[in-house]
Design a protein around this ligand. Structure first.
Ligand code: MLT
Length: 267
């Protein structure tokens, strides 16, 4: 898959642009990059135009130290779509932090959203102690490097059966985290710590919405995703057996199939 580059505003963004047809924007989770969507890019690009960027500070994109809010990430993506000539609505899909960005994209650019796909994410803001913890982690990883984050996050990312049966997945995710610049990770942590609570806005979502959650997701649990699904009019929730927080990586075929099923209804 070719990685392309585009300067938008004050940053250079790397992205995959594959296939033709209705645009589908895939927004990765923290602290990863577009490669977490490799299976979905492969499955969707035969029928749709798939755009899978590395967010500012991650993967091969440029880094802006300090703080990057979820709104800033959403603005970056709107500018990227503009630069790619995608002015009409796109299907916007995000996992976890990518979901926080997707909410902000919808809040600001609802007319540019054909449908929402939210994978393993949360609508609530951080509790104060969680937000404070993120700031401490940001400082710590600037001193120690991203390895500490790989160690603390990894046990929570994958279902037990995935971690035991497919160690190469944990290794691949670990490699992505290890090569991510600490400045980019710290900036996103600070941005996530102050992200708004979108729970009260969910009832206003009028576009089709699909929610996907790993049955063993310990970060954004099926119960919490179920509450979000019930708050969005007409939303569908798909629970993926044998997957944790990284359902698109752990059970790629099931996740791609759920996505394709929604996309087929959009015409
Ligand atoms: C992610 O997977 O993007 C993170 O778990 C999000 C978070 O830390 O809230």
């Amino acid at each position: 898959m070719n990685l392309e580059n585009q300067t938008v505003g004050d940053v250079q963004l790397a992205y995959v642009d594959s296939g033709e047809g209705m645009p589908v924007l895939l927004i990765h989770g923290f602290p990863l990059d577009h490669t977490m969507w490799n299976a979905q890019i492969g499955a969707l690009a035969a029928r749709y135009r798939v755009i899978a960027p590395d967010l500012r500070g991650f993967g091969s994109s440029g880094i802006t130290p300090g703080k990057v809010t979820m709104e800033q990430f959403a603005d970056d993506l709107a500018s990227l779509l503009d630069a790619l000539g995608i002015g009409g609505p796109a299907v916007v899909c995000g996992l976890s932090m990518g979901g926080y960005v997707a909410w902000q994209f919808w809040c600001k650019y609802a007319q540019r959203v054909r449908a929402l796909i939210l994978c393993d994410t949360r609508a609530a803001a951080d509790a104060p102690e969680v937000a404070a913890g993120r700031l401490v982690t940001a400082d710590r990883l600037l001193r120690e490097g991203p390895g500490m984050l790989a160690e603390t996050m990894m046990p929570k990312l994958l279902a037990e059966s995935t971690a035991a049966g497919r160690p190469e997945l944990a290794e691949a995710l670990g490699r992505v985290i290890e090569r991510t610049d600490p400045q980019g990770i710290a900036a996103a942590l600070r941005g996530m710590a102050e992200r708004p609570d979108v729970t009260a806005r969910l009832a206003e979502i009028t576009c089709p919405a699909l929610l996907i959650v790993g049955a063993e997701d310990a970060i954004s649990t099926p119960q919490e995703m179920g509450t979000i699904a019930r708050a969005i009019p007409g939303a569908r929730l798909v629970e993926i057996a044998g997957a944790g927080h990284m359902s698109p990586v752990e059970r790629p075929q099931q996740v791609s199939a759920a996505m394709l099923e929604l996309l087929a209804t959009l015409g």
